[in-house]
Design a protein around this ligand. Structure first.
Ligand SMILES: Cc1cc2nc3c(=O)[nH]c(=O)nc-3n(C[C@H](O)[C@H](O)[C@H](O)COP(=O)(O)OP(=O)(O)OC[C@H]3O[C@@H](n4cnc5c(N)ncnc54)[C@H](O)[C@@H]3O)c2cc1C
Length: 657
């Protein structure tokens, strides 16, 4: 039994008890636009056409989003709507692998068909796997390379979402959002970006940093009636004087006083400790516990409950306070802390000053990096040659796996067995369309994720298997919602809304980026994509149990629940600004990532590991001709880590591994 599963069951029971009677649900669904039976003809590219044509009962509508845009010869994955990310069909074989391994130790691949020989086989077509293919290709230009991925699209977390409405295509990012702090990137990462033609100066003009400000928009908090007695949107937390913000918030007098004290003069809960001692204490104290130590009441705990979700996948109960000091959260002002080394193990604790603006964002996020890599690796995959023209280039999925291509990207293919032959070749067996095929490989790079590897390669030493199994991925869901216009946001003065208790922890207007002839929303009356973030977890449990519970939730939760909750949440928050979910929502793509961020060590639970002894360092050791990449190998959930680990894995090969 999974640790903590009793608690998970409790959570589910609580959920079920709070479900209103069926009649009420149906009435509310009609108001939200979910009630009308709708035929597939009503959908164009997975988007309902016509005002009010927004009913998506059960498995209809967006769930059937495998619609083919006009002129395409087959499914075009970026335009699929409904449940994406780890979409249905992508994970079942891997789960079967896990279950079979539990029964018999490994996948029996004796009957697999012969798939030929490649110089390099890469398992995992995310940014790490594609980068590994690129680094290898640079060293061996004639090499034959095969990249396998279990999804119907390449890129791993770096996924592109497209909506087409009345002939216009609007882009969004389904996972990996932006290049974060590029001035900290390694020479290898900058080298790869330069190989791809990425010039980061582009964003200083392409990203319109004034757009939302010029309309008077900023961040807001939606106080929900469940926690705060009434629904109210309040602008400017952290930007306005604390007393002014608190006066507008639906808080009690005590809650208002807490808010002001937390933000202005919280006090020092541990005056007896010196600075090093305080940092040590903060590394092993959750932010929730710090709020308690500062004497903050229940309203402050409720206000911060989901504040950390987007970055950590958990609430303040699971995040070391020291990490949040590094990120500028309130509560530390009177402790006399200065920037510098500290004992936190979490790599997300950054210095207070970020060296770069957060603007390095293509309209489809880092999917552009994956698409640039695919275009480089596979001749004819997309037209063009620049970072600008890739943005609107339509990728031809039909050429990704052509026999005459030196590099082939094979989608819908789940690796189930990897062997080190010991005779000059390794092998990888994968399952595609229910059939198993074995390919021989001069070298293998496993750029999937760590927890899969022990199932693929049970011959690994026990210590390495345990190290690879150590970290769960952090589950999260990025949904993109195409809406008719953003006048309601202007009416409310908000471009980003944080929901302390909402289904989605945040809802934001997309990043205003125009590149290569692709124009961002021209103004409040124009179409726009909303980006929402949900990170399911189990407050109160350890990080590992919280993430496992979140993964479980994502497996269970259907599209209909996402749709209903999204409509409901947007209606409640934006309704006072004139938003009508039944009229204004035009499309929805739910990118669920049960295996999302790479796990980063958390000083609340993980011990300090000596250099070379952290699970990711033990786990990434090569095994004969088999090498291990992926961001898990860095224990760092960033694109640059995925590239760095790819480079290291290929370097191992070049060094004679
Ligand atoms: C929602 C989200 C937002 C993020 N935002 C940012 C950001 O803004 N900036 C940033 O720098 N980083 C961000 N990250 C982290 C970043 O996405 C990752 O560090 C990086 O993209 C990981 O790339 P990867 O190739 O290592 O792994 P992945 O992207 O996970 O790719 C691995 C691929 O291997 C596949 N695979 C696994 N097992 C098998 C198998 N047996 N057979 C075949 N294929 C298999 C997986 O399904 C996946 O497609 C984000 C991550 C997520 C989930």
């Amino acid at each position: 039994m999974m640790p903590g599963s009793g608690k998970i069951a409790d959570e589910m029971t609580r959920d079920r008890k709070s479900v209103p009677p069926a009649g009420e649900v149906r009435k509310r669904d009609r108001e939200l636009g979910m009630g009308r039976k709708i035929s597939r003809r009503d959908f164009l590219n997975g988007i309902p056409v016509g005002v009010g044509a927004l009913a998506l009962p059960g498995a209809s509508g967006w769930l059937l989003g495998a619609c083919t845009p006009p002129g395409a010869s087959g499914p075009y994955p970026p335009a699929l709507t409904g449940l994406r990310g780890s979409h249905p069909g992508s994970f079942e074989v891997a789960h079967e692998l896990r279950d079979r391994a539990a029964r018999t130790g490994s996948w029996d691949d004796t009957g697999a068909a012969d798939g030929g020989h490649f110089d390099l086989v890469v398992v995992g077509g995310g940014i790490s796997g594609l980068s590994a293919a690129w680094f290898y290709r640079k060293a061996f230009p004639e090499a034959r390379i095969l990249v396998l991925d279990n999804h119907d699209d390449f890129g791993g977390h770096a996924k592109r979402n497209e909506f087409t409405h009345e002939g216009r295509t609007v882009l969004g990012y389904g996972g990996t959002q932006s290049l974060d702090s590029p001035s900290t990137f390694s020479a290898e990462v900058h080298g790869l970006l330069s190989d791809l033609g990425v010039d980061l100066d582009l964003f200083f003009t392409a990203f319109d940093r004034d757009l939302y400000r010029s309309h008077g928009l900023g961040s807001a908090v939606f106080f929900g009636s469940e926690d705060f007695g009434e629904d109210r949107l309040v602008n400017g937390m952290g930007r306005r004087p604390a007393a002014e913000f608190a006066a507008e918030a639906p808080l009690s007098e005590a809650g208002r006083a807490d808010f002001v004290r937390l933000n202005e003069a919280p006090g020092d809960p541990w005056p007896e400790l010196d600075e090093a001692g305080k940092k040590q204490r903060l590394a092993t104290t959750s932010y929730e516990a710090l709020l308690e130590a500062l004497g903050m009441g229940a309203e402050m705990q409720a206000l911060y409950r989901q504040r950390t979700h987007g970055l950590f996948g958990m609430g303040p109960d699971g995040v070391p306070a020291l990490d949040l000091w590094g990120l500028g959260y309130p509560g530390f002002q009177d402790m006399g802390l200065t920037p510098g080394d500290h004992p936190s193990l979490s790599l997300t604790a950054k210095p207070n000053e970020d060296p770069d603006p957060y603007i390095f964002h293509f309209p489809d996020g880092n999917a552009t990096i994956a698409r640039l890599l695919a275009r480089k690796l596979v001749p004819g995959a997309a037209a063009g040659s620049t970072q600008e023209d890739i943005v609107q280039a339509r990728l031809d999925y039909g050429v990704l796996d052509r026999p005459d291509s030196p590099c082939r990207i094979r989608l819908n293919s789940t690796a189930v067995r990897v062997r080190e032959g010991g005779d000059g070749a390794a092998s990888v067996t994968y399952v595609q369309d229910g059939a198993a095929t074995r390919v021989q490989a001069g070298h293998v790079v496993l750029a999937c994720y760590n927890r899969v590897i022990p199932y693929l390669l049970p011959e690994l030493p026990e210590e390495q298997r345990e190290a690879l199994a150590y970290p769960p991925k952090v589950p999260l869901v990025y949904s993109n919602v195409l809406i008719r216009n953003w006048t309601s946001f202007v009416a409310l003065g908000a471009s980003r809304i944080y929901f302390p208790g909402g289904f989605h922890a945040s809802v934001s207007l997309d990043f205003p980026v125009s590149v290569g002839g692709y124009d961002f929303s021209s103004g409040p009356e124009d179409l726009i994509v909303l980006h929402t973030v949900r990170t399911p977890c189990l407050p109160g449990a350890s990080a590992r149990v919280q993430h496992a519970a979140g993964q479980h939730e994502l497996l269970e939760m259907g599209f209909e629940t996402f749709e209903r909750e999204t409509r409901n949440q947007l209606g409640r928050a934006l309704g006072p600004g004139g938003f009508d979910p039944a009229r204004d929502i035009l499309g929805l793509t739910v990118n669920r990532w049960p295996h999302g961020y790479a796990f980063e060590f958390n000083s609340l639970w993980d011990p300090p590991f000596a250099p070379g002894e952290a699970p990711n360092e033990i786990g990434r050791k090569p095994f004969g001709r088999i090498h291990i990449a992926n961001s898990d190998a860095a224990a760092y959930a960033y694109t640059q880590a995925a590239i760095d680990e790819a480079h290291r894995a290929v370097r191992e090969i070049l060094n004679g591994g």
